[in-house]
Design a protein around this ligand. Structure first.
Ligand SMILES: [Zn+2]
Ligand SMILES: [Zn+2]
Length: 228
């Protein structure tokens, strides 16, 4: 082997190596990136002055551009993620104007509607759960099962509860009728004998000890009454 063939051989090896080196980044930046069942991003040349979508710096000679769904994504070659499809989908979503719910991707649009109605259902469930529990408590029904009925079946549970007969509230299950409302403060009544102010439910004057006509039934008597 003479020196001439040796040089040619070395140049050949060098050429192959530089070729491989040039091919290497291309392996990281695929020609097409599938984004969905019917869409794919296609790689094109980037201009040096274009801004990288990841780091917001000009890409220079290190850029790669993809075109998909009428959008152009430019980024640094080394910033292209191994899951380039997920990365490009995310970058396209950022470019899309806010509120374009039913825009280019029907899949994305329908998904946000699913979330919207799920949220609405949960809100309605909580509202009707509270309504059912409140009404059940005041009509002699068990509030906890009705709370959950309202949570899952919303208005249907409440309508069903409206058709239920009002039952007498039994103390262990519900609350005594006398305590089921806000306690009211009644004005004091003057004693006809001495003029001292007494509680309207008092049957004896606190001033002179004389007998009084109670104006109202006392709360304690109402709660303790066996008729309740
Ligand atoms: Zn960058
Ligand atoms: Zn008195």
């Amino acid at each position: 082997m003479n020196s001439r063939t040796l040089i040619l051989l070395l140049l050949g090896i060098l050429g192959v190596l530089t070729g491989l080196a040039r091919q290497q980044p291309a392996a990281h930046a695929p020609e097409t990136v599938p984004l969905g069942p019917h869409t794919a991003a296609t790689r094109t040349e980037s201009r040096p002055e274009e801004i990288c979508a990841v780091c917001r710096q000009p890409v220079g000679s290190e850029g790669v551009a993809y075109e998909a769904e009428g959008h152009r994504i430019v980024l640094h070659r080394h910033e292209l993620a191994s899951d380039s499809a997920a990365q490009l989908r995310g970058l396209i979503r950022q470019l899309r104007p806010r509120g374009a719910f039913l825009g280019t991707s029907a899949e994305y649009g329908s998904l946000s509607w699913v979330w919207f109605f799920t949220g609405l259902y949960v809100l309605a469930g909580l509202g009707f759960a509270a309504l059912c529990a409140h009404r059940a408590m005041h009509t002699g029904h068990r509030p906890v099962p009705w709370f959950f009925a309202g949570l899952f079946f919303t208005a249907f549970a409440y309508l069903l509860l409206l058709t239920r007969r009002r039952r007498t509230v039994a103390a262990p299950a519900g609350i005594p009728r006398g305590l089921g409302k806000f306690a009211t403060t009644l004005p004091s009544q003057p004693c006809p004998g001495c003029g001292a102010l007494n509680h309207p439910a008092a049957n004896r004057c606190s001033g002179c000890g004389g007998k009084l006509d109670p104006r109202v039934e006392s709360e304690a008597a109402r709660v303790l009454s066996p008729l309740n």
